[in-house]
Every structure is written in C-alpha cells, then in structure tokens.
Design a protein around this ligand. Sequence first.
Ligand code: ZN
Length: 136
Amino acid sequence: MNITHIEHIGIAVRDLEATIDYYEQVLGLSCYSVELVPDQQVRTAFFKVGETKLELLEATSPESPIAKFIEQRGEGLHHLAFAVKAVQPALDLALQKNIRLIDQAPRPGAEGLNIAFLHPKSTFSVLTELCERPQS
Ligand code: ZN
C-alpha cells in the first residue's frame, strides 16, 4: 500500500471545546485548526505531535457516524489513519485481499486530503483510514 507514516489518530469526543482545553492545558499541545467536514457531519480539531497528528471529532448531527459511535461505545479512540501515496490503488489492493471497504473510492476529508475507510470487521476491529495528499 506504500504507507509512509501514521497521518493521524482519530478520537471521538462529545464536547470539542472541553477536549481541546484538555489537550492544550494539560498535555501542552496546541490546536492549529478547527474544521467543519459536512460530508461526515463532524467538526474536527487538529494537533501536531511530531509527524503525526491527533484529530478530535465531534458530531454535528445525530445522524453523524461519530454520534452513532459514541452512542454505542462512548468517547475514545475512533480510527487510525495511514498516509499512502495514492488511495485508489490501496483500495484496489485491499479489495483483492477480500477486505470490506466502507468507501469504494476516495472522498474529500479534513485538511484537503482524499480519504477512504476500511471496514473494522475486516481490520481486526480497528477502523482504518487511508489518506493521500492530492497533487497540486
Ligand atoms: Zn481521520
């Protein structure tokens, strides 16, 4: 799949502002971006930790996948995102290996990345995101 690094770790939260406070005031990290991602009905906050980032996700509607996740499993670790050179060939490879896909093709995610998710039923329960930075 040509994974280069862990792009970010996604964490589902109920209250974005309260959680940002914790990461800033206690852990000493600084939030560099808060972004609405209408496609996923979430508001995200990003922190850099070396080459990796943390992505906090708050639902903006009860229909949001994050709202459903929190309802079933509570707040906490939500997904692991790998940076790849290109998402589509990575999805093709996953499909060849009989991995269930959530996204059949890349779609727009936060930070201008193209993203796609692999289904946790096929990934030993870790919701897995693949991210590519589009060439510009
Ligand atoms: Zn993510």
